[in-house]
Structure formats: C-alpha cells, structure tokens
Ligand binder design. Structure first.
Ligand SMILES: NC(=O)c1ccc[n+]([C@@H]2O[C@H](COP(=O)([O-])OP(=O)(O)OC[C@H]3O[C@@H](n4cnc5c(N)ncnc54)[C@H](O)[C@@H]3O)[C@@H](O)[C@H]2O)c1
Length: 253
C-alpha cells in the first residue's frame, strides 16, 4: 500500500494496538514519531524496530505541551505530518455511583482530551501541506451500553462515543482541505488494557470475552493495526468520517 516514506505520529505505543500499529507502519516504510506516557514501555517498542526511522516523545498526551512537542518533533526531524493515530487511552469499569469526579476527569483526559489536543496541533501543519489523515481509536463501546462482571463501563463508552463524534465533526470540517479523518472501532482486543495478575484468570477472562463475539475470540492487536494501516494509506483515499468496525461480528448480535 502507498504509505512508504510518509511521516506518522502514533500515541500510546508502549503496548497493545499502538505498539502493533507502530510496528506495522515501520514495516511499511513509514517514518515515525512515537509517544507513550510510560517512557520505559515506549523505549521497549522502539527497540523492536530494525532500521526504522523513529523519534520518541514520551509524555502525557492529555497535556497540551506533549501534543505540541509531537508535531514539532515530526516537523523538525522529517519536515511534515502525514498521519496522526490517536491511540492512547485507558479502560475503566465502574458504576456511576462509585465513579469519582477524579475518575471522570482522568478517563476523559486520557481518552478524549488527548485526541482533541493532538488533532488541534497536527491539523494546522496538515493544512499547510494541503494533505493529511487522522485515525482515532473509537470502539464497539462507541455504539452500545456494556457491563463487565456486572459493573458498567459507561465512562469509557462515553469517551469512545466522543471519539466517534470528534471524527465525524472534524472530517466534515476539513474534507475540503484534503484532510481525511476516520475512526476504527475494534471489538475486544487482547492487550494490557485489562489488568489481571493471575495468568490463568487472565486467559479465562479473554476467553469469556471472546465468546461474546460471533467469531468466537478476541482480536490480536495486529488485526486492528492492519485496518489502521489501510485507513491511513492512499488506498482509502475516498474514505473520510467513517467508523470502521473490526469486531469479530460483536455488533451484529
Ligand atoms: N483492547 C481493546 O479491547 C480495545 C477495544 C477498542 C478500542 N481500544 C482502544 O485502543 C487504544 C489502545 O488500547 P490498548 O488496548 O492497546 O491498551 P494498552 O493499555 O495495551 O495500550 C495503551 C497505551 O497507551 C498509553 N497511555 C495511556 N494514557 C496515556 C496518555 N495520557 N498519554 C500517552 N500515553 C498514554 C499506555 O501507557 C499504554 O502503553 C485505546 O484508545 C483503547 O481505548 C481498545
């Protein structure tokens, strides 16, 4: 696909879907500016590259200074920003009466403020270039209410519905400027987003979650990375404002 030589910013690539996306884009010849709030995890991802051109900008993308630095580093080192993948995020399980204002602010910041800030700083550069593309990590949770072990995931779902609307609103605004903005909506994907210490319990958790998907399993992060790699390539040149569902059939039930 036609993405060789392009310049991409990927947030939250110390693990999971972000790491798989960074590796996939590096393999496709994309030059990268990579971020994670966890600098050790970020360095671990960069160590997996073989000969890829990549800069690291550790930090919290819910802070405007980090979002600004990502764009500045891409322009300083590579002279442009072709691709932004707004991937950084956290999961949250908890009913509304046990969710504090601090929880609300933390999850909204990590999942949604981060997308606002990175897009805010990348779009002016894309406008100067007359081209660019953004993929936001939305979710099946953008569309439905969900519970895990009897507890609501409403706060997470609110942020993912926000990611979908941010995608549509910005896609509509910037289509005339040659900027395409889409979101990918994964079903459950086996990553570090869920913290369970015991490995047997963890396997059982993902197996049970997989059973809610008609394909009978959860996704591997590489299966989501391949959708993102398509969306940011010129092969998807007529796609903007789309919510691309990659969910093993979850939403058809
Ligand atoms: N795993 C799933 O089932 C699933 C499904 C749908 C959507 N998603 C979305 O995919 C994205 C990636 O999640 P994942 O499952 O790979 O999780 P993950 O926990 O494996 O990876 C997320 C990464 O983001 C980083 N991060 C978190 N907050 C950050 C911040 N404020 N600034 C910079 N980095 C930050 C974390 O340190 C971590 O390395 C998230 O937006 C998530 O909501 C995941």
């Amino acid at each position: 696909m036609s993405i060789k030589g392009k310049v991409a910013i990927v947030t939250g690539c110390g693990s999971g879907i972000g790491q798989a996306t960074a590796l996939r884009l590096a393999k496709d010849g994309v030059r990268l500016v990579l971020n994670d709030i966890d600098s050790q995890a970020l360095a671990g991802t960069v160590a997996l590259f073989q000969g890829a051109e990549a800069s690291q900008v550790p930090g919290d993308v819910a802070q405007e200074s980090t979002a600004k630095s990502l764009v500045e580093e891409a322009c300083r080192r590579f002279g442009r920003v072709d691709i932004l993948v707004n991937n950084a995020g956290v999961h949250h399980i908890g009913d509304i009466d046990e969710t504090s204002l601090e929880d609300w602010n933390r999850v909204i910041s990590a999942n949604l403020t981060s997308m606002f800030l990175c897009s805010k700083h990348a779009i002016p550069q894309m406008l100067r270039q007359g081209s660019g593309t953004i993929v936001n990590l939305a979710s099946i949770s953008s569309f439905v209410g969900q519970e895990m072990n009897g507890k609501s995931t409403f706060l997470y779902n609110v942020t993912k519905a926000g990611a979908l609307q941010l995608t549509r609103s910005l896609a509509s605004r910037y289509a005339p400027d040659g900027i395409r903005i889409n979101c990918v909506c994964p079903g459950a994907t086996r990553t570090n987003a869920i913290h369970i210490e015991d490995p047997v319990e963890l396997d059982n958790f993902w197996k049970a979650v997989g059973e809610a998907h008609p394909l009978g399993r959860v996704a591997d992060p590489r299966e989501i990375a391949s959708v993102i790699a398509f969306l940011v390539s010129d092969e998807a040149s007529f796609m903007t404002g789309s919510a691309v569902v990659a969910d093993g059939g979850y939403l058809v039930r």
